[in-house]
Design a protein around this ligand. Structure first.
Ligand SMILES: Cc1ncc(C[n+]2csc(CCOP(=O)(O)OP(=O)(O)O)c2C)c(N)n1
Ligand SMILES: [Mg+2]
Length: 557
């Protein structure tokens, strides 16, 4: 029998909700369930708004996007057992993208564990491999401490997801909050890891001695304060700074012809960036055998792993530090440098796109080439006051990232997991209510969270989803073509479905586009509708681009 709040006595759920509010949390991304209804009730008094989604994975993706856009952990709240299990997959995307979030999951009551309780499940164990920390709360009085720790761990060092399971009887029990609990922003802020001045100077000296140095940043430096730090570092040192957040790594089409200059580098400063598969493990031919490394990472085990991956003697210097703070420390002590030819050379390589893309049209005049979609979307974003680009999906996502830019961009990231774009778009609107949010995604990818159009309509969160519809899981189809041959390509077909009608049935604005000439007006109508909108664009089934100077881009014809 659920308890209700009596007099001034608090439930565990009240302690939890008040601690979240005290730490600055205002939004919960949630799907309801028996185990967490006390938190819904407590959220009313604590002033926590709930965005109620249609799948637990979407709640986690929204918390992920919130974390990446604001730098503060997003908070997802789901029920125990199956709700928790549905949420776990999305944690992997956030972990790889270095995105701070807290997943709170309802849990069977402690008093019933081991006796076959409803939805009893080893929840903390299931979440552990895809989180920075995962534990089960056990004491209602300590729930404030649990929240502070969860928020702090999510943000500290390399940011990432944290999970806390909330047993029903712990949420329901009456209690006094533990005395001495710190509250407020200060309590939840991560421990800074300043880089000592002597180390800063040693790093700057290494950069100064190198002829062709490059700073490589990880996903945490993609947006917001991280982006500012990247730009500041490039300006202060004259060294090119490149952010890598794609599983395609050195061949990320949004990095243009970067692979061509990377292999000439003689020093790489890895700023929270691991020499992992995206960097071809630091080995030739992607990176010259004689190239040396400076490795700065918030995570001591990651530094050790980097040292193990790179050949002995190639690591000139390594240090433990939070990458954005390290960049800021480097900026503060950098001296103006001489020539910037190398920096310009790298920047030009990154900006390079095959010139033929600017006039490329579909061969048939029917289904569009993805670059035609990109051109039209770019025009919309260029005119917007606060444009946010979201890109997801297989080959179409790669084209979108190659052709379209915006100062704020969210991609599915190094995990390579498709499906998060629609929840990201909703969260972007919650975080930035005046932003123009455009999500570009493949038709297969669109199916993952189509039902979130209902959430967007219900919560009044307008955005534009632009589907590149090739009636195919094309990324996998292309693997079959390349590896097994056309006659053995099977199982990756989709229907040329009218997704815009499905979205319209949920209350969205829908557009179906079959010719390039119709796309700009369709996008305009979608934006002008002021509603969540789905622009379903029929496209050619082309492979993702590989950008190389002097060579024709794959997929262009
Ligand atoms: C969660 C998840 N499931 C499966 C995959 C494998 N996968 C990568 S791209 C892709 C095809 C995506 O199809 P679509 O969104 O239509 O984009 P297209 O490649 O057709 O442009 C698949 C199945 C993945 N990366 N992540
Ligand atoms: Mg497709």
């Amino acid at each position: 029998m659920p308890t209700t709040k009596i007099g001034s006595q608090l439930r565990g759920a009240d302690v939890l909700a008040q601690a979240l509010a005290g730490a600055g949390v205002r939004h919960l991304f949630s799907l309801s369930g028996n185990q967490i209804m006390p938190v819904y009730d407590a959220a009313l008094d604590a002033g926590l708004a709930i965005t109620h989604v249609r799948h637990e994975g979407a709640a986690v993706h929204m918390a992920d996007a919130w974390g990446r856009l604001t730098g503060e952990p997003g908070v997802a709240l789901v029920t125990g057992g199956p709700g928790h299990a549905n949420a776990v997959g999305a944690l992997y995307t956030a972990l790889a993208a270095e995105s701070p979030l807290v997943l709170l999951s309802g849990h069977a009551p402690l008093s019933e564990l081991g006796r076959g309780a409803f939805q009893e499940m080893a929840q903390t164990e299931i979440a552990a491999p895809v989180t920075k920390a995962s534990w089960r709360a056990s004491d209602p009085a300590m729930l404030g401490r649990d929240m502070e720790r969860a928020l702090r761990v999510a943000r500290a060092g390399r940011p990432g997801p944290v999970h806390v399971s909330l047993p029903f009887d712990v949420l329901e029990a009456g209690t006094e909050p533990e005395s001495g609990t710190r509250t407020g922003q200060e309590a939840a802020s991560p421990d800074a890891q300043p880089l000592p001045d002597a180390t800063v100077d040693a790093v700057l000296a290494e950069l100064g001695r190198a002829r062709r140095p490059i700073v490589l940043a990880g996903p945490v430096m993609a947006n917001g304060r991280g982006r500012d730090a990247r730009e500041g570092l490039a300006a202060a040192t004259g060294v090119p700074v490149v952010c890598m957040e794609s599983p395609r790594g050195v061949n990320d089409p949004c990095l243009g012809a970067f692979a061509e200059v990377l292999r000439q580098a003689d020093l790489l400063l890895l700023l929270g960036k691991q020499p992992d598969f995206t960097l071809r493990f630091g080995a030739p031919p992607a990176i010259a055998a004689g190239c040396r490394f400076v490795v700065i990472d918030p995570d001591p085990p990651a530094l050790q792993r980097a040292a193990g991956t790179l050949d002995p003697g190639r690591v000139a210097l390594s240090a433990v530090a939070e990458p954005i703070a390290a960049a800021e420390a480097l900026i503060a002590r950098a001296r103006p440098s001489g020539g910037r030819e190398w920096q310009r050379e790298v920047e030009e390589a990154v900006k390079f796109r095959p010139p033929e893309w600017s006039t490329l049209r579909s061969a048939s005049g029917g289904p569009l080439h993805p670059v035609e979609v990109g051109r039209a979307v770019q025009q919309i974003l260029d005119r917007a006051r606060d444009p946010v680009l979201i890109s997801d999906g297989g080959e179409f996502g790669q084209w979108a990232q190659a052709c379209v830019t915006a100062p704020t961009r969210l991609i599915n990231g190094p995990a390579g997991s498709i499906g998060s774009a629609v929840p990201y778009a909703l969260a972007a609107r919650v975080a930035r209510p005046a932003a123009t949010v455009v999500a570009m995604l493949g038709d297969g990818t669109f199916g993952f969270h189509l039902a979130e159009f209902d959430t967007a309509v219900r919560a009044g969160l307008p955005f534009v989803a632009v589907i590149g519809n090739d009636a195919c899981w094309n990324a996998e189809h292309q693997i079959q073509l390349r590896t097994y041959g056309r006659e053995r390509a099977h199982g990756c077909e989709l229907l040329p479905a009218r997704y815009e009608q499905a979205a319209a049935a949920l209350g969205a604005h829908g557009e179906h586009v079959t010719r390039a000439a119709d796309l700009p007006a369709a996008l305009e109508r979608a934006l002008a509708s002021g509603r969540p909108a789905c622009v379903n664009v029929m496209i050619e089934r082309v492979p993702a681009p590989t950008v190389a100077r002097g060579a024709a881009a794959a997929g262009a014809h």
